[in-house]
Design a protein. Structure first.
Length: 539
């Protein structure tokens, strides 16, 4: 509490003692602040280093360590803000580029960026019509406007649907409106509630047992078993949409592909210990159709599949009818897709990922400080500089720019790798990275021949991030069927995001309409054809 002037003593000695005590307190707090800031900067630097290393053989362990460090950093920052107050929000939020610099930055609190469609209310504080000093009339000079971002708490409500029953006075015919359809027949769950549960589980990765606790606080005790049924039946309702999204993705002639592990409960497997659960490693596969990089207006979409293992038959089955270019890693299961058919025609062409190759060189440089690895990174970085310059341009323009500027650099890189392989140990990580590129050289140079092809597979890797985030919250899928449900839900949610929609608003509207919607017009409900009614009404 800050003392007032009237409460201060008049004795000079007492005042001096108070000043000394306050000075000691300020010194102590300053030292504490410096200690906080030093620890925060150390954690930020550690997280930054781990993020740059997370593509090696121990990536799963590093990802978990990053998550733990980020939680510790967040707790420190909250404690610091509580103890010493925050900073002004006038500065813009830090950009990804500014966050990725090697030099740790001080803590900045960026001003929140609010969507223009966010509802707004106006509260006007009026000083009145008369001057408080002389009583004269006041005239308006202007106004000072500030903004306060507030949260309207989610609230459950029960909608009573009363169907009036009437009889004719003349013929005694009884008339009553038909009951409106529901997303799940004979279920009490409305479309908005079902959409909230699905997005919370599959996008926010909030397990159903936690959702039961949250819903209970809002006034509805819903057993977890009921939430399980609602999730399963809701996904059955939207299954035709999921199938159409997958058809659209595979109908393209250029795809990005990737996969990631997911643990699955398997009662048939022996337990490692008495208290352990019997689990196996399943797989989530993703294929992304996104041609916006070269100005194509076809709607982007992503599709996910689950498989109980990583055998090559799974991607071969997914892509059995696909014809075109597949950009993926060097997984052996894809090789059969690249082989010529009985007539000698190649149905699928392979495009490699330069970002994957760059990470291999980066791992060597980070571990050993190799000048050769650093030179490789610089050579690859020059290719990315050009890619940034031609992003969004037409394929013909991209082709010409790559032929004029990228091809000479790519050929020089190949010559340089071949020369270095004759000088370095064949068992070194540097040699392995170079051989990885040279052995798949046609795949690494395909982007030079076709302006539609990207230089890397980052599109698919970004599509896998929600799965990786989910693994931090759920330890495993409950069964193979649970893995398939996860893949279908992610297909619908992530496709809605790619089309720029709020997945909860999209799902709520679709679940409310789909049972009454003509099946031969199901494409009207696909994310890229859907319009948010709330935004359309506001416009």
């Amino acid at each position: 509490m800050i003392p007032t002037l009237d409460s201060l003593p008049d004795d000079p000695a007492t005042l001096k003692a108070m000043i000394l005590a306050q000075h000691e307190e300020v010194t102590r707090m300053s030292a504490s602040v410096r200690a906080y800031e030093s620890l925060v900067e150390a954690l930020k630097a550690r997280i930054l280093r781990l993020r740059k290393q997370k593509f090696g053989s121990s990536s799963e362990r590093i990802t978990r360590e990053i998550a733990q460090l980020e939680l510790a950093l967040e707790d420190l920052q909250v404690a610091h803000a509580r103890e010493y107050g925050g900073q002004a929000e006038g500065d813009p939020a830090p950009t990804p580029e500014s966050e990725s610099t090697d030099k740790p930055q001080g803590r900045r609190r960026g001003r929140p960026r609010v969507d223009p469609q966010t509802p707004r209310t106006r509260e006007t504080l009026d000083p009145g019509e008369e001057c408080p000093d002389c009583g004269g009339p006041l005239r308006l000079l202007g106004e000072d406007v500030s903004e306060l971002l507030e949260l309207v708490t989610a609230q459950l409500k029960v909608i009573e649907i009363a169907r009036l029953k009437k009889s004719c006075r003349c013929c005694e015919k009884v008339v009553q409106p038909e009951a409106p359809s529901r997303p799940i027949p004979r279920s009490m769950a409305g479309p908005g509630l079902l959409a909230h549960i699905l997005v919370s589980k599959f996008d926010d990765h909030l397990p159903l047992y936690r959702q039961t606790e949250i819903l209970a606080r809002q006034g509805a005790e819903i057993p977890r078993s009921t939430l399980v049924d609602w999730c399963g039946q809701s996904m059955a309702v939207v299954a035709p949409l999921v199938a159409r999204i997958k058809d659209h993705v595979l109908a393209g002639d250029r795809l990005h592909g990737d996969d990631t592990p997911i643990k699955v409960l398997d009662p048939r497997r022996p337990k490692a210990a008495a208290s352990a659960k019997a689990v196996k490693e399943g797989r989530i596969w993703t294929y992304v159709r996104d041609d916006r990089a070269w100005g194509c207006t076809d709607p982007p979409a992503v599709a996910y599949w689950f498989s109980p293992d990583r055998k090559g038959v799974h991607p071969q089955e997914h892509l059995k009818d696909f014809r075109g270019i597949l950009q993926a890693d060097a997984y052996a299961g894809f090789r059969k897709l690249y082989e010529p058919d009985a007539e000698g025609k190649v149905r699928v062409r392979e495009a490699a990922c330069w970002a994957h190759l760059r990470r291999d060189f980066h791992d060597v440089w980070k571990a050993t400080g190799s000048k050769l690895a650093e030179e490789a990174l610089n050579r690859i970085g020059a290719l990315y500089d050009l890619e940034r310059a031609i992003s969004g341009q037409a394929p013909e323009m991209r082709y010409r720019q790559r032929q004029a500027h990228s091809r000479p650099r790519v050929e020089a890189f190949r010559t340089w790798c071949e020369a270095q392989l004759a000088r370095i140990s064949g068992k070194s990580g540097l040699a392995k990275a170079m051989r990885y590129a040279l052995n798949r050289w046609p795949a690494f140079t395909l982007f030079l021949e076709d302006g539609r092809v990207a230089i890397d597979n980052n599109v698919a890797e970004r599509a896998m991030r929600p799965i990786a985030i989910g693994r931090k919250n759920y330890l495993f899928a409950g069964s193979d069927a649970g893995g398939e449900t996860l893949a279908d839900a992610m297909t619908l949610i992530e496709a809605a995001k790619l089309s720029g929609h709020d997945p909860q608003a999209y799902l709520a509207n679709v679940l409310a309409r789909i049972n009454d919607h003509p099946i031969n017009r199901i494409d009207d409900l696909l994310p890229w054809n859907w319009t948010n009614p709330a935004l359309a009404k506001a416009a």
